[in-house]
Design a protein. Structure first.
Length: 139
């Protein structure tokens, strides 16, 4: 029963509604406060974002209690949305940071995975949390 409740809680957390952040090139996204020179910032709560070519996107993912850090976020097409070095990438424990620059118009997905933290020698639940945000880049 305990295992079922853990899986149910994880499923509910993953199915929570996301917000949409749209970059205008003149200020930060309404969803979060992007840092240095970022037009838009997304977190594990966001499911979509819009950028213009040349703008930068910051990804800030927070690990849930009992979960390991998220894997490094990856773009599905680096010719459209390329990874860049984040100058403010000193993350707190449990936070994964990534930065991307819009290179060409199109649509890409940024994905990352998380897994449970398991003590050595203990049974470990077999599930993976998946994060995905759809990024639309316009001219």
């Amino acid at each position: 029963m305990k295992k079922f409740l853990v899986v149910l809680a994880a499923a509910l957390a993953l199915s929570a509604c996301g917000s949409v952040g749209a970059g205008t090139g003149t200020g930060p996204s309404p969803s979060t406060n992007p840092g240095l020179n970022f037009a838009v910032a997304v977190s594990e709560k966001d499911r979509a974002a819009t950028l213009h070519v040349g703008e930068k996107l910051e990804v800030v993912l927070h690990a849930s209690t009992g979960m390991a850090n998220w894997t490094q976020p990856k773009s599905s097409d680096t010719s459209i949305l390329a990874p860049v070095v984040n100058p403010a990438a000193t993350a707190a424990r449990g936070v994964t940071l990534a930065a991307f620059q819009a290179m060409a118009p199109g649509q890409v997905d940024i994905t990352s995975n998380g897994s449970p933290v398991c003590a050595s020698g203990q049974a470990c639940p077999m599930y993976v949390a998946v994060y995905s945000v759809k990024v639309t880049i316009t001219s």
